[in-house]
Design a protein around this ligand. Structure first.
Ligand code: PXP
Length: 257
C-alpha cells in the first residue's frame, strides 16, 4: 500500500498548560509555564502547545504573549472556534492554531470537534487564520466523516484524539483499546490520503505512546498532562527525554533535532 511507504519524521509538542494550572492554584507567578517551555525546548521538545481556554483556567493571555516572545520552537495555539480567540490568534500569528471543542464544565477536552456539523462556519472561520500564515489544525475523533469535513474546509492538519484509546488502556478494556487503535491507524491513513498532515494526542503516557508513535502517517504528538505529572518525580527534562526515546524506538528512526 502506497501510504504505508510514507514515514515522516515524528515531532514532540509539549503542552505546558498544567504548569499554569499549578501556578493558578495559588495565584502569583510560580511555577512559570514559560520557564517550563524553555526547559522543554532545551530537553528536545520540537514545539510548545498551549490552550487558552475561554475561562482562562490555566494559560492566560499574558502567557501567550510571553510564549510568542520567549520560545525558539513553534507555538501550537489551541483554542475554541470563537471570535474572541480568532482575534487573539490573528494578533499573535502563532505557527499553528489547533481548533478544539470547549465546554466550560469539562475537566479536559472531551472528544473531537464536530467539523461535519459546522462545516460552513468553520470554513469561514479558518480562512483568515490560514491567510495570516497559521497552520490550521482540527482536533478530531478517529471518524472518517469528521476527517473528510476537515479536508473540505481547507485545514492543513488534523490532530487525532487519542483519549478513547488511552482511557480503554487505563481501564483494562483491551479489546476496546485495540479496536480504537485500529481506527486511529485507519483514520491516519485516510487523512494522509486526503492531503492532511496528521498529528495525535490526548492522554498519552509512557505505556500508551509507542503504538501511536509507530503509525507512519503521524508526524507530531502533543503531550502534556502526563509529562508535567512525571516532572514532579523525575524532572521535566528527564520526562521529555524518556518520552522522545520511546517515540524514537517505536518509530525505528531518529527523531528530528
Ligand atoms: N492535543 C490536544 C488537541 C489537546 O487539547 C490536549 C489537551 O490540552 C493535548 C493534545 C494534550 O493532552 P494531554 O494533556 O492529555 O497529554
Amino acid at each position: 500500500m502506497a501510504q504505508r511507504d510514507f514515514v515522516g519524521k515524528l515531532r514532540l509538542g509539549v503542552n505546558i498548560d498544567h504548569v499554569a494550572t499549578v501556578r493558578n492554584a495559588r495565584g502569583g507567578d510560580v511555577p512559570d509555564p514559560v520557564r517550563a517551555a524553555r526547559l522543554a525546548e532545551a530537553a528536545g521538545a520540537d514545539g510548545i502547545t498551549a490552550h487558552l481556554r475561554e475561562d482562562r483556567r490555566h494559560i492566560g493571555d499574558r502567557d501567550i504573549e510571553r510564549l510568542i516572545a520567549g520560545i525558539g520552537v513553534p507555538l501550537n495555539f489551541e483554542m475554541a472556534a470563537t471570535g474572541e480567540m480568532q482575534a487573539i490568534a490573528l494578533r499573535h500569528r502563532p505557527h499553528a492554531v489547533c481548533l478544539v471543542p470547549e465546554r466550560r464544565e469539562e475537566r479536559t477536552t472531551e472528544g473531537g470537534l464536530d467539523v461535519a456539523g459546522d462545516e460552513n462556519r468553520l470554513a469561514h472561520f479558518i480562512a483568515p487564520l490560514a491567510e495570516a500564515g497559521c497552520r490550521v489544525s482540527i482536533f478530531v475523533a478517529a471518524d472518517a466523516r469528521q476527517i473528510e469535513a476537515a479536508a473540505r474546509i481547507g485545514a492543513a492538519v488534523v490532530e487525532l484524539h487519542t483519549g478513547a484509546y488511552c482511557d480503554a488502556h487505563a481501564e483494562g478494556r483491551h479489546d476496546a483499546r485495540d479496536a480504537e487503535l485500529a481506527r486511529l491507524r485507519e483514520m491516519a491513513a485516510l487523512a494522509h490520503r486526503l492531503g492532511l498532515e496528521v498529528h495525535a494526542g490526548h492522554g498519552l503516557a509512557y505505556d500508551t505512546v509507542k503504538p501511536i508513535a509507530a503509525i507512519p502517517e503521524v508526524v507530531e504528538l502533543n503531550i502534556g498532562h502526563f509529562l508535567i505529572g512525571e516532572a514532579i518525580f523525575k524532572g521535566l527534562e528527564h520526562a521529555i527525554r524518556h518520552m522522545r526515546a520511546l517515540m524514537e524506538a517505536a518509530r525505528g528512526t531518529p527523531l528530528p533535532g
